[in-house]
Design a protein around this ligand. Structure first.
Ligand code: GLY
Length: 392
């Protein structure tokens, strides 16, 4: 149950938890922590913003699986399994739809090399006991008639779904508000320390917000918070993703019925069809700092590759272009739980999986905040794996 702020002090004064960053990760943690009876403030100039505003929202732990990332697969699967209930609970609490849809995903091959690679991925799925079905090109086109005639085969993964990141963010802001979370609309200017502990944050509107614990959930800017002692958090690098949004007029629907993805010339391309006719095409992957310019080259490459997969899409209206920054940790896995600085907790570094990992991150970090124990599922993602020798 949420704890109402009924004391005489201003709402949010010295809460149990101060979450720095009101993207979907920070909001998810705040919501779950408030449900555990903790008093929570979220600090963000525009809660509900961040990378989720750009993300396509594919929930694809199986089709995005990379070799050597089995612990991340377990975390992604755990989050995927929680998604239906998480989305339903959010909708129940707020009356807002999250766009969660159990569509499944079809990963297709466009040439013999892609086909061999997908076959290997299929074998890998088999060894890990993951459900994925191999389809011929003809079977793929039977499922998705708009696919290019040259598609050579594909993997149908009925468990990889989608959610709308923008709707999800809106619902989380509302759920937090209803659960008694205080949203302080300002930026973090400096981490405040009291002895060897994190004690709060000075904001850019001149407030000193103190709290029992500080959760750092500021995406690719997490390590840049002034006052953060060296070695507590590794650099979380920004990995730019450019994304396009097309609109499928009602007369052409269903244009696609499920997520469709492929690797074209070494680049991942995916198409995510929403119930309201939005068709999201993503994404570039560029490491060049904090730049979010949409470039002609980025748009060209996305359209060129998407057109190879689904030629008919060039007839559709182009509704929007955008670019977001994925927060990449040094090993591309998230940072979850206590840091070497007492009182400072990390919920960041989710890289390509922020939308997928929101429910499980919210549960695990809120568990830690409520009990002081990091659940075993989060242990491989402890920030201590990067702890510098100076702090060890
Ligand atoms: N998860 C998809 C991406 O980061 O592009």
């Amino acid at each position: 149950m949420a704890r109402p702020h009924t004391d005489a002090s201003p709402a949010g004064a010295h809460p149990d938890v101060l979450v720095v960053g009101g993207g979907i990760i920070g909001l998810g943690v705040a919501w779950r922590a408030a449900q555990r009876g903790l008093a929570v403030t979220v600090l963000d100039p525009a809660p509900g913003g961040g990378a989720a505003q750009v993300a396509a929202g594919m929930l694809a732990p199986v089709t995005e699986l990379q070799y050597g990332e089995e612990p991340l697969l377990r975390l992604g699967m755990a989050s995927n399994e929680r998604y239906a209930a998480f989305a339903a609970e959010l909708t129940g609490a707020t009356g807002l739809d999250t766009g969660y849809r159990q569509t499944g995903t079809l990963a297709v091959a466009l040439d013999a090399d892609d086909r061999a690679e997908l076959r290997e991925l299929h074998d890998f799925h088999g060894r890990l006991g993951l459900a994925s079905e191999w389809l011929t090109g003809r079977e793929c086109r039977r499922l998705e008639p708009m696919l290019a005639p040259g598609v050579r085969g594909g993997l149908h993964v009925t468990g990889d779904h989608q959610v709308d990141g923008r709707r999800l963010a809106r619902a989380l802001v509302e759920a937090c508000t209803r659960a008694g979370v205080v949203l302080h609309r300002a930026a973090a200017a400096e981490l405040l320390l009291a002895g060897d502990r994190a004690a709060g944050v000075r904001t850019d509107d001149g407030a000193d917000l103190t709290a029992g614990r500080v959760v750092l959930a500021a995406g690719c800017r997490s390590h840049l918070l002034p006052g953060l002692p060296e070695g507590v958090l590794p650099a979380v690098r920004p990995v730019k993703g450019q994304v396009l949004r097309l609109h499928v007029p009602p007369v052409y629907r269903p244009f696609l019925s499920r997520n469709v993805r492929a690797v074209v010339r070494g680049q991942h391309i995916y198409l995510v069809p929403r119930a309201d006719g939005e068709l999201v095409i993503g994404a570039t992957s560029e490491e060049q700092g904090y730049d979010t310019t949409v470039t002609a080259g980025g748009v060209y490459e996305l359209l060129r590759d998407a057109h190879e997969l689904v030629p008919g899409l060039t007839e559709l209206p182009l509704a929007e272009t955008g670019a977001g920054l994925r927060p990449g940790s040094p090993d591309n896995a998230p940072l979850l739980g206590p840091t070497a600085l007492p009182g400072l907790v990390a919920a960041t570094g989710h890289y390509r999986n922020g939308v997928l990992l929101t429910p499980v991150t919210a549960d695990l970090v809120a568990d830690y905040l409520a009990t002081g124990e990091l659940p075993p599922l989060a242990e491989p993602f402890s920030p201590s794996r990067f702890q510098s020798k100076a702090l060890a």
